[in-house]
Design a protein around this ligand. Structure first.
Ligand code: HEM
Length: 508
């Protein structure tokens, strides 16, 4: 420790009262009395394709719940401690912004709900959350069913032809179709056709992911921005998506003007139950740019995440099949919706989407015993929280039964911030209910109709990072139609049926 604290300690030993010393030394000695945040040595290169949260896990095992990572001029605090995560996300959330994340996403989300901070965020959150009311989410269940049914038909074809399917891209299309309808009543129909707009959405998404893992922000270089073919393509795609959104806003405005429905808390237009319709009907006083930013944010937030959850769930389920073989015939044990829910809970523990949450401190603060300064970039590693060997028994094992079937649905509150599938505090996911229903409906319908196995000779399933965890080479599976189990009269009605009827109270 430095000179002031040596002096202070010496004076203390000489009998000078502590109060007087505190007064005399005030802040000078203060920082010295605090322990220093451990610094991780060695470099973690931000190599594209490599899942960067894996080396962060290794460092966490060495350096603990909070450490500093420096590369070049940049420095990050890596947080893997539940109580510090809770402090940042919830107890002192006002002192943190979205930092780097907001900078990266600005080109596509502008000041949408995910990157926005301060007053803009507060106003928009207040406008958007009511749109996802209970009646809306309940109405979405049939949409989830219809969209999944389209996927089933596609799988049926593949099963008939004996073709393997790449599930990651199929899930991505399933959730794109769902979110388009749910947010602005647009049918991408991407499971069937590859229209220009679908391609444009993917171009924009890929760019957002590329930027989040790029070591150098080339898109900020003035000339590059205009002449690079890839940037030109991105700009064209962005324009197409924006124009489409603006058209949809105009169409919806006309519908709202013509309808007679009174606006109320659980307002919903049966023909168009979308979030956009709710916002316009509510008289939401907002610039068209802000509205577009919010729609784009919801589109991206509600698409990639759910697709990633489904992809990794099916990967995990295929492992169960392999492990249990004949003893556990197929997936017939996933008989109750509750069990399906636990499968999703556990999939989200092993593969949290996104694997890290990003913040920047807006003022000096204390993280646990450590003081930090304003302007610190912070990664809260949800991956580390969810894989902590001290917190979780057999942390790496996919074990849905670790969550008692009759227990509450696990969330950040009842798990004391050691499990945060949807974040926590004021910035918690607004689509958590939506996403839970969506993934449960899709999983239950798919496993009810098909058996899924890893395809023979499928590429190894490895992780890479974008905004969510992707596979490096897809999730190649063989689907076969599932015979319904014979109905044996002495048994109760096969419970398989109960999987397709979603019960709201099971999840909340
Ligand atoms: C925020 C996860 C689906 C909309 C978040 C956050 C997480 C998350 C962890 C917190 C981010 C942070 O604190 O930095 C997920 C997962 C999903 C999912 C795992 C799927 C299984 C959805 C859906 C929607 C949505 C379907 C829209 C309908 C949002 C929005 C925010 C958010 C708007 C930002 C909220 C704010 O900052 O106030 N999500 N999400 N998410 N999510 Fe989700």
């Amino acid at each position: 420790s430095g000179f002031p604290s040596v002096l202070k300690n010496s004076l203390l030993k000489l009998g000078v009262p502590k109060d007087i010393l505190e007064f005399l030394f005030g802040k000078i000695g203060a920082a010295d009395d605090y322990p220093k945040i451990p610094e991780a040595k060695g470099s973690v290169s931000a190599i594209r394709r490599e899942a960067f949260f894996i080396p962060l896990y290794e460092l966490y095992l060495t350096y603990g719940g909070i450490f500093r990572l420096t590369f070049g001029p940049k420095s990050f605090l890596i947080v893997s401690d539940p109580s510090i995560a809770k402090h940042i996300l919830k107890d002192n959330s006002k002192a943190y912004s979205k930092g780097v994340l907001a900078e990266i996403l600005e080109f596509v989300m502008g000041k949408g709900l995910i990157p926005a901070d301060g007053e803009v965020w507060r106003v928009r959150r207040r406008a958007i959350v009511p749109a996802l009311h209970k009646k809306y989410v309940a109405a979405m269940i049939s949409l989830f069913g219809q969209a999944t049914d389209r996927l089933c038909r596609k799988l049926d074809e593949a099963a008939s032809n004996g073709e393997d399917v790449e599930m990651e891209s199929l899930f991505s299309r399933l959730t794109l179709d769902i979110i388009g309808k749910a947010v602005f009543n647009y049918d991408f129909d991407s499971l069937k056709v590859d229209t220009g707009i679908v391609e444009a959405v993917y171009t924009v998404l890929r760019e957002a992911e590329d930027r989040s893992v790029a070591p150098i922000p080339v898109w900020e270089i003035p000339i590059w921005k205009d002449i690079s073919p890839s940037q030109k393509k991105v700009n064209a795609a962005l324009k197409l998506v924006n124009d489409t959104l603006n058209d949809l806003i105009a169409i919806c405005k006309r519908m709202v003007d013509e309808e007679e429905l009174q606006f109320h808390e659980e307002y919903m237009n049966e023909q168009d139950p979308s979030i956009l319709h709710f916002l316009l009907a509510s008289g939401d006083d907002v610039s068209s740019k802000q509205l577009r930013d919010d729609l784009m944010t919801l589109l991206i937030a509600g698409h990639e995440t759910s697709a990633a959850v489904l992809t990794w769930t099916f990967y995990l389920l295929s492992k169960v099949d392999a492990v249990l073989g004949d003893r556990f015939p197929t997936m017939e044990d996933l008989k109750k919706l509750k069990y399906t829910t636990r499968v999703i809970n556990e999939s989200l523990r092993l593969y949290p989407q996104p694997p890290v949450l990003i913040r920047r401190s807006l003022e000096n603060d204390m993280l646990g015993e450590y003081p930090i300064r304003r302007g610190e970039d912070i990664f809260i590693s949800v991956w580390n929280l969810h894989h902590c060997p001290k917190r979780w028994e057999e942390a790496e094992r996919f074990n849905p039964e670790r969550w008692p079937l009759d227990g509450p649905n696990p969330n950040e509150t009842n798990q004391d911030f050691s499990y945060l599938p949807f974040g926590g505090g004021p910035r918690k996911c607004v689509g958590d209910m939506f996403a839970s229903f969506e993934t449960i409906v899709a999983v239950s319908m798919l496993v009810q109709r098909f058996n899924f196995q890893m395809a023979v000779g499928a590429p190894p399933v490895q992780m890479t990072t974008g905004a969510t965890i992707h596979t490096t080479q897809g999730l190649k599976m063989t689907v076969t139609r599932r015979m319904r189990p014979p109905i044996v009269p002495t048994l109760e009605i096969p419970a398989v049926r109960s999987d397709s009827s979603v019960n709201v109270s099971d999840i909340s």
